[in-house]
Design a protein around this ligand. Sequence first.
Ligand SMILES: [Zn+2]
Ligand SMILES: [Zn+2]
Length: 353
Amino acid sequence: MRLMRIKRDAIAPARLRWVKVRISDEMHAMVLPGPGAPLRFETREDPVPGPGEARVKVAACGVCRTDLHVVDGELPSIAYPIVPGHEVVGRVEALGPGVTSLQVGERVGVPWLGYTCGECAYCRSDRENLCDHPLFTGYTRDGGFATHLVADARFCFLLGEAGDDVAIAPLLCAGLIGWRSLVMAGEGERLGIFGFGAAGHIIAQVARWQGRSVCAFTRKGDVEAQRLARSLGAEWAGASEDTPPAPLDAAIIFAPVGDLVPLALRAVRKGGRVVCAGIHMSDIPSFPFDILWGERQLLSVANLTRGDGIAFFNVAARAGIKTHTSVFPLREANEVLARLRAGQITGAAVLLP
Ligand SMILES: [Zn+2]
Ligand SMILES: [Zn+2]
């Protein structure tokens, strides 16, 4: 940000005074131009925050499985051209009119939930995650694969100064959605986690801190993820097709693989729950009714509420969550997405602008 002095009479001839005017810098972004295209590095005018908005200078942005679904065109109504990225940690650089909840210079997190209408039946009943007219960061409004982004100030989380930007970034979605999934999984003591990536490795730590036991299910032969799971306190780690040492009270499926649903249902006890945590999943194969019978429940999780965020950041601080991250430059976003698709990222990937 540069400040330039101009003569006030250029604006209002009646009052000859000097005023400061902000001159925008350039921003850089990795932009998804259309379905199936690789992200393209672009230089844009620094965005100007409108009423109620904040411009955030990005310090780090995590890479989520959902970014892959956006880039692969697996979600409907993507707002092309779009800048993906919804695990943003940055600092408020400028405020639009009417923002009182944030100050310039504060560190904030920008999550997936970018806007809700506040008026639909879901918003009015404390279920803004299901809003009928939402906007989502990195999907229907520009996200954090960039040096800057503009966010609705009401949906930014104040992060304080504890912890480093890279370590916090994966908490913004993998942590938040994972937390919502864990709450929906219920109070059961024995938890299964199918897909041990960014979300799995965070939620395993929360579950252990809560005193639960964790079984981690990974792709067959993913020794790295299984090792990470054991190092974080999982009592058992193996392939998704394997049978855990004892029936589970609940299972959370983070991997976008429909074949895991019947496997998870077989792994939970009577009355147990299976929670599908992702936004997209390949088709679920047909399965015999008896693996659902016995009052087992199959649930999905959609998005997050701001209340989830506040609750989770509170828990994350108390539980001492440590994220395992691999850091890459922003310009390598395409390569990072390819590695995520191939299952070659252990823990969470984070882009630095
Ligand atoms: Zn709404
Ligand atoms: Zn996400």
